[in-house]
Structures are given as C-alpha cells and as structure tokens.
Design a protein around this ligand. Structure first.
Ligand code: ZN
Ligand code: ZN
Length: 310
C-alpha cells in the first residue's frame, strides 16, 4: 500500500502564495467590517454575528484545507523495479517528474508533480484542485458565496435604513468608506465565486453521457454519482463540512494509481518517456478533461515528435 502524505504546500509559486494570502485577508476584512462596524452598532449583539461568523469560519477552514492538502499527487515508486515487472509492455511515463503516469493523471507545472483527477491549478488556493481537495475547494466557493450574499444584503439594508432616517445613522465617514469597500468586495468576489462554482459543476457533469469517459473510470453515470465521487460518500451532513477524505476516496485514489496506460512494445522507452502532459495555471476550471491523453487504454502508439504539451 502506497503512503500518501497528508500535508502539502506549493512553495514554488510566489504569485499563488500571495493570491491565497490575499484571499484570506479579504475574508477576514469582510468579517471585521460586517460584525464590528455594521452589525454591532446597528443591531447590537444579535444572531447575525454567530451566523455570519460560522460561514466565515467554514470558508476559511475549507480554503486552508484546499491549500495545504495533498491534492492527489502520483506517489513516487521505483520506476526501474516497476518497469521491469511490467515488461514487455511499457507504461506511460512523465518526463517532467519522472513518475509512471496513471491514466487519469496530468502534470502540473506549478506543483511540479503529476496529479490524479486534476481539474486545474488554482492560484487563489495556491494548489491543484484534484481528487483529494476538490470537495474543500467547492466548500470554499460555496461558503464564500454565502458570506458575500449575506454581507451584501446587510449592507444594502443598512444603506436603506440610513437614507430613511439620517439622524439615527451612527456611521461616520471612515466607517461608511469601509462599508462601501466591503460592498464592492462582496459584489466582485461574490460574482467571481458563483461563476467558479457554476463552472465546477458544469465540468463535473459534462462527461456523464460520454461512454468513453465512463469506461476509463473517470466519470459516473449520473449527476448524483459524480457528486458522490467528489464528496467521497452519499449525501449527508458531511458533504457540507471540510472533513478528511473518506475511505471511498482513498480506495478510488489507489485504484487510479494502478490504472496505467500501456504502450505497445514497439514504442521505444524514450518515446514512452516523452509522453507528458503539462497544464497551465488557470483560474477557470475544467478544460483538462477534454485535453486528456489518448483514450484507448490498451494500445497506444505515440510518435515522439507529435507529442505536445497541452
Ligand atoms: Zn509529471
Ligand atoms: Zn498544481
């Protein structure tokens, strides 16, 4: 059984580190303004504070877990031993990270590793979004969207109450400025995460009718099945909490690591080593599936000079 490191941190991308830190700052800033400047002087200590704080906490924990969890990198095994066992067939290998490459793995140039069931590399969480952390990523988007809508509604309500009764409006110039900034943040950030959420679900469901994808073990037959694959279990309250990967997810990962794409013996080992797929660092998710490697699981002929990084 291969051991899977739980802790993971992409240090090679300063831009990603900054983006992820800035995201945390924006969430904490909104929490401060909404609770300390908006709600307390307006309503006092009321139920809005714990409600908003819980959403913020879940968003932050999901972000933290999406960033610092192993997304599902291909474990390093002894290639020589492995290749000797597999002869005369030759497994597909990655030239970049020198790992035997499972069928549903793609190389990430930011993580510098091949990742199983990779969706995309997201600079906002400074990590790949893949088999082990896609659930955390979805939860981060969901709870951030809830926070943005919640704070936007509260800010609009406060604005209306101030315009109706100016004398009772306790907001000073600085507080009003911070509230306007928070409203802009809620609008922009909220739209962004909702579009990302929509994109994630569209990508998740787009291959359901493709028999080729289901024979590869990538897709499920139904939308519910695809969601269960991502969340690691059937629908329950655990879907909404950033908990550890389930046994089902771990079993799926081990199964995927053994799903090699075989090359015909006629392909020289050097050509086999040249079969690599690199991915770009993009925020919108999901174009990776369509760029996956050739479909046939048994015999693949790959002219070395025609291989391109996608
Ligand atoms: Zn690789
Ligand atoms: Zn990556």
């Amino acid at each position: 059984m291969l051991t899977i490191p739980r802790i993971w941190w992409v240090r090679s991308d300063p831009c990603g580190t900054f983006s992820a830190s800035f995201t945390v700052f924006l969430i904490l800033y909104a929490q401060f303004v909404v609770c300390r400047i908006l709600i307390v002087p307006w309503y006092g200590l009321c139920w809005h504070i714990p409600c908003y704080s819980v959403c913020t906490l879940l968003s932050l924990v999901s972000h933290c877990r999406a960033q610092f969890s192993n997304p599902g990198v291909v474990p390093k095994v002894s290639e020589v031993e492995e290749a000797e066992k597999l002869l005369p067939k030759v497994p597909r290998m990655c030239r970049r990270c020198k790992a035997i490459k499972p069928q549903n793995a793609h190389h990430c140039s930011s993580c510098e590793r091949c990742v199983i069931r990779m969706d995309h590399h997201c600079p906002w969480v400074n990590n790949c979004v893949a088999i082990f952390n896609q659930k955390y990523f979805l939860l981060f988007l969901f709870y951030t969207a809830v926070c943005c809508i919640y704070s936007g509604v509260l800010l609009v309500a406060r604005f209306i109450s101030c315009t109706q009764n100016l004398r009772q409006c306790t907001l000073g110039g600085l507080e009003a400025g911070l509230c306007i900034l928070t409203f802009i943040e809620a609008l922009v950030f909220g739209l962004f995460v909702i579009i990302m959420l929509w994109d994630q679900f569209s990508a998740l469901f787009e291959d359901l009718d493709d028999p080729q994808m289901s024979t590869e073990g990538r897709g499920s037959q139904t939308k519910y099945g695809a969601l269960c694959d991502v969340f690691g279990e059937g629908l329950s309250y655990r879907w909404f909490l950033p908990l550890n990967p389930t046994k089902q997810t771990l079993a799926l990962f081990h199964k995927e690591t053994k799903s090699y794409q075989w090359l015909t013996p006629s392909v020289p080992a050097t050509a086999a080593a040249a079969t690599t797929t690199t991915t770009k660092t993009t925020t919108p998710a999901s174009s990776e599936k369509s760029k996956a490697a050739p479909k046939s699981p048994n015999t693949v002929k790959i002219p070395a000079n025609k291989e391109k990084a996608s």
